[in-house]
Design a protein around this ligand. Sequence first.
Ligand SMILES: [Zn+2]
Length: 309
Amino acid sequence: MTVGLGGCNLFAPKSSNAPEVAVGPAGTIAVSEMGGRLGLTVQQNSAHSATMGNRFNSVVFFADPGGLAYVNGREVGEKGGLVVVGEMMYVPESLEQEIRRALQTRARVVSPPKRSPPAKRSPPLAWTSQLKYGPVVIDAGHGGRDPGASYYGYREKDIVLDVALMVSEILRASGIDARMTRGTDTFIELNDRAALAREVGAKLFVSLHCDAAPNRRARGFTIYAPRDRMRQASSFAAAMERSMLTTNMASRGIRAAGFRVLVRTKCPALLLEMGFLSNRYDARLLASKSYQRAVARAAADAVTAYLTK
Ligand SMILES: [Zn+2]
């Protein structure tokens, strides 16, 4: 793990001017219009998904299957009603009130000392045929007899599993075939993690970790790409960094590394250190559901953007 102080390129929200003038089906409004009404900055807007947010909130719309809206990782409104016309996504006007109710007005940092309730299981089999993109392998680091970093009562293996479950759930909800190297607290050899990615013909591989350093002031997230295939992973890494900056965690940059899970995969692969468990502040964030959800959304957004571009 790396030693040193984190960077200070804190997330600066972009201003959303230049409203789009476009007409959608009755009862719907353009994503940019919805952002304007809610006072949220549109960060990404494609025919497949759109994200908007502010310092404390993130709203995600998925066009498939039939339309889903998430506020801070929680589904809001009825399924369906999202319409794509050309490259523009239109969302039901009625969602405005539901989203507004779900928005947070300040950061909520909870520090649950205990294990959180298990995330939802995989979606029903009927969904499988609708998974149009992928497969993508989401790798929760460590597990079982290998707890990973352990500080302030938090264990890396628990945090990364929770986030990995959330990432997979969001991806499947948006039609992406997400596979996990582990969905429970089990030990898996590094070689087997990479082998799974090769066996299923993964299009992308993302390994989730928490950092640790002797210097307890070290903070921030770091993205590692395979040092022998930096070029292959570079655009995915850049998408991941952009997406992760929306969590307000500072970036320590994109770095080359020889980690086995990276080197032995064939597809574009990244290892994401989501923050420092050895830093008291980062540890509290990493253990909080709100930051976990934000990271899960950021990682899922980067995967979605890459696969659907
Ligand atoms: Zn780790």
